[in-house]
Design a protein around this ligand. Structure first.
Ligand code: SAM
Length: 500
């Protein structure tokens, strides 16, 4: 599973406003007021908007999931610190630099900014697989050598270059490897044949370390090659290299790591506008749409063939467009969930997805003209099912309100008011249960709704499915409940109190 979000960058020009349902009087002051650059609390507002969302998104992410967040210099530093707090420093994957404006934005006084960022964190990096990109024909030119099986490869140094290269940092990766100078074969054992001792040392003579453990060297010794290299002041200096094949043993093209700077021309923000224009005939319909290329490039580094991608700042629906298009390209079946809080959710966000699926008659791109295929459902949020608000209404909740609440919270399945039969205390049937509710929205009558043996029997004889009965309290013992195949669930304490 994966999340991509593109929240307001807090540039001061986006007209975003803090609009969460909060109780704090200070924060209520913020409600509905557009956050501009002069606003001294703009960073506080932005962080108050983002932090609970990031916490919730983390909860929603699977253990091996990854989150990508588009952002620019206005909030990148705050976002990174918040992400360190919410996701943990150890789960930081990368801060990709995206060349989104090759002409350079003139918005800054001194610098023509060409780039923005894609912050990437894993929920748990040790459980995450970043598969990287398939190697292309362009990459093939780097694989100039051919082995005895006619497979193309290149040689990469076995010594660690860059980050944590010192012996003291990984002492167990510092050990000698011996080379046979006649053919370059290597061994971990010194002998008359394997007589050239190689240690991972930098040209400066400092002690470094290998990238492979002794165990890995032993198991992959056939992939290692010793070579004499030139070193200033040394006439007989040997180093060890590993063969990096273009294709893996099973003939599949191996992947390459994603690079940290993304500079393809398709990442130009103008592309996002053009794509929108192609669909709606007008790019002004939505400000700041992302190019689908960006999202596709991000998703490609993960193995997501059947997975769900969530975007809770959906805007013009670019994420759905990108996923549908990627599925069309590679035949996979990624799914998406998009969330949009603004009024345009139906007319722009969902409408773009409908058009992309069905086809856009005037589009220049042929596949878009024909439609990329796929399907989705559009829902609008109903009233929140929250007990507090149900109980703080005028008097007690109606039978149906409470039925809706208990059915959904107990089963996680959709409540269907048509299936309900109030007279028979029947609320609905879920995968595992038939659900019943004994309740009256009138305090005097409520006292008469406790689950008694008589009431338990009134719902009929036990069938195959267990019965789940909600009531303010019960006056029958466990043996009877077992016999009647009933699980009892007490109604919330506030209702129980009133029923006493
Ligand atoms: C730049 S748009 C996302 C654009 C999208 N990636 C696209 O390509 O069309 C920013 C998103 O932030 C959402 N947003 C703005 N203010 C918000 C707020 N106060 N709370 C939650 N979301 C907000 C907007 O509704 C919009 O979906």
């Amino acid at each position: 599973m994966c999340i991509y979000i593109d929240p307001p960058y807090n540039t001061g020009n986006e007209k975003w406003a803090y609009n969460d349902n909060v109780n704090s009087p200070m924060m209520q002051e913020w409600l509905g007021k557009v956050v501009d650059r002069e606003d001294l609390t703009r960073h506080d507002k932005w962080l108050c908007m983002m932090t609970p969302r990031l916490k919730l998104l983390r909860e929603l992410l699977r253990e091996d999931g990854v989150i990508f967040i588009s952002i620019d210099d206005n909030e990148v530093h705050h976002l990174r610190m918040t992400m360190d707090e919410v996701f943990g420093e150890d789960n930081f994957v990368n801060l990709f630099t995206i060349k989104s404006n090759p002409r350079g934005s003139q918005a800054s006084k001194h610098i023509a900014l060409e780039h923005e960022y894609l912050i990437t964190y894993a929920k748990s990096l040790s459980q995450t697989e970043i598969i990287g990109y398939s190697k292309s024909e362009d990459d093939l030119s780097e694989y100039k050598l051919i082995d005895e099986k006619e497979k193309k490869y290149r040689l990469l140094g076995l010594r660690q270059r860059g980050g944590a290269w010192r012996r003291v940092q990984r002492p167990n990766l510092y050990f000698p490897i011996y080379v046979n100078p006649k053919n370059g074969n290597v061994s971990l054992e010194k002998s008359n044949i394997f007589c050239k001792k190689v240690l991972p040392k930098r040209p400066s003579g400092e002690e470094g370390r290998w990238t492979w453990s002794e165990e890995k060297v032993k198991n992959n010794i056939h992939l290692l090659v010793g070579k004499k290299v030139s070193r200033i002041g040394e006439s007989d200096f040997w180093d060890v290299f590993r063969k990096d094949h273009f294709e893996s043993e099973d003939g599949m093209t191996t992947t390459k790591k994603p690079k940290s700077i993304w500079d393809e021309k398709e990442l130009n923000y103008q592309n996002g506008r053009n794509e929108l224009k192609e669909i709606f005939g007008n790019s002004e319909i939505f400000e700041y749409p992302k190019p689908t290329f960006l999202i596709k490039k991000g998703l490609r580094i993960l193995d997501l063939d059947e997975e769900i991608i969530l975007d809770s700042f959906a805007g013009s629906g670019t994420t759905a467009h990108a996923i549908i298009s990627l599925n069309k390209e590679d035949g996979d079946n990624r799914k998406f969930i998009l969330v949009e809080c603004e009024d345009y959710a139906d007319k722009i966000t969902a409408e773009r997805v409908r058009r992309v699926i069905k086809g856009v008659p005037n589009a220049k791109d042929e596949s878009l003209r024909k439609g990329l295929g796929g399907s989705f459902s559009y829902f609008e949020l109903g009233k929140a099912i929250e007990l507090e608000s149900i109980l703080s209404g005028d008097g007690l909740p109606t039978y149906e309100e409470l039925a809706r609440y208990i059915f959904y919270t107990a089963t996680g399945e959709e409540f269907d008011s048509k299936a309900m039969n109030e007279k028979k205390n029947f609320v609905g049937e879920s995968r595992n249960y038939k659900v019943y509710l004994f309740y009256e929205p009138d305090i005097e009558k409520l006292k008469n709704t406790a689950l008694t043996l008589e009431r338990a029997k009134s719902i009929g004889k036990p069938g195959e499915k267990r019965r789940l009965i909600f009531a303010p309290t019960k006056y029958l013992d466990q043996a009877h409940l077992d016999e009647l195949r009933i699980d009892f669930a007490q109604l919330p304490f506030e209702i129980y109190e009133l029923a006493r």
